[in-house]
Ligand binder design. Structure first.
Ligand SMILES: C[S@@+](CC[C@H](N)C(=O)[O-])C[C@H]1O[C@@H](n2cnc3c(N)ncnc32)[C@H](O)[C@@H]1O
Length: 247
């Protein structure tokens, strides 16, 4: 998949790739945008990771000229397409693979967001539906892959920075793995919701994605899956139904 993203050279190529999952993309980005906009203050600096061509940041930058946005993606072609397509004084679009130190922004941000901007976190939820042999336990996969994301975002955050992320995690055990990986890096779960994308002509079943927010504090030890479930329940006002299981 990474190879596909790197081959993109025009806006049309970029948009046709995203159109494969457009219902998911629109619904998750809209929900993340709503949460982000509710919290923006003049002078804030916002970082988007795994931003594709940076369309979410570009929309938010147009609506909030008093806030600065940096949208980043690992694929050089995507960042280049976005930088050419979207221009605004309060918007930068740049290449950054957050698993690498190279290219890491040299500043800290008040709000960070990531809308499905990760490699698939666990093989049981791979969009291609084939297993990744390297990981026998999906929880290990989530811990390893989301660990890189939480480490990288922590390195460009300050105490109190919020991190809003829509993730492709379909069960309580996988959400718990991500929540505990985050806790170990000081990212404390501070808000929760879910995005339901109804079945359509291109998807045979409803899909549900957690939309979670963390606030940076001190690293903390892991908690049980039951405690994660009750924390999510409390923070979402009962809107997120983890125990029922997600697809
Ligand atoms: C499914 S797309 C989602 C893009 C966009 N956020 C959206 O909602 O339409 C996943 C994106 O994450 C990017 N990505 C995956 N791993 C990354 C990494 N380590 N660093 C930065 N970007 C990454 C990919 O290049 C791709 O653009």
């Amino acid at each position: 998949m990474k190879g596909v993203y790197k081959r993109i050279q025009t806006l049309e190529m970029a948009l046709s790739l995203v159109s494969v999952e457009h219902e998911v993309s629109v619904a998750t980005n809209a929900a993340a945008a709503q949460r982000i906009e509710a919290q923006l203050r003049a002078g804030d600096r916002v970082l988007e990771v795994g931003a594709y061509i940076g369309a979410l940041s570009a929309c938010l930058a147009a609506a909030h000229p008093e806030v600065h946005f940096l949208a980043t993606d690992q694929a050089p072609a995507l960042a280049a397409v976005g930088a050419a397509a979207f221009r605004a004084p309060n918007l930068e679009i740049a290449r950054w693979d957050y698993t690498l130190k190279t290219g890491c922004p040299k500043r800290s941000f008040d709000l960070i967001c990531c809308v499905l901007g990760t490699p698939t976190l666990a093989e049981s939820h791979c969009i291609c539906r084939f297993p990744v042999p390297h990981w026998s336990d999906p929880r290990e996969s989530v811990a390893e892959r989301s660990g890189a994301l939480f480490d990288a975002t922590r390195s460009v955050a300050h105490p109190g920075t919020r991190f809003v992320a829509a993730l492709r995690l379909g069960t309580l055990e996988l959400v718990a793995a991500a929540v505990n990986t985050a806790r170990g890096r000081g990212w404390m779960l501070s808000w929760a919701d879910q995005v339901v994308v109804p079945a359509s002509a291109s998807m045979d079943t409803d899909q549900t994605f957690p939309l979670l927010e963390w606030t940076l504090g001190e690293p903390a030890s892991p908690i049980s899956e039951t405690d994660v479930a009750s924390q999510v329940d409390e923070l979402s006002g009962g809107r997120v139904d983890l125990v029922a299981g997600w697809r």
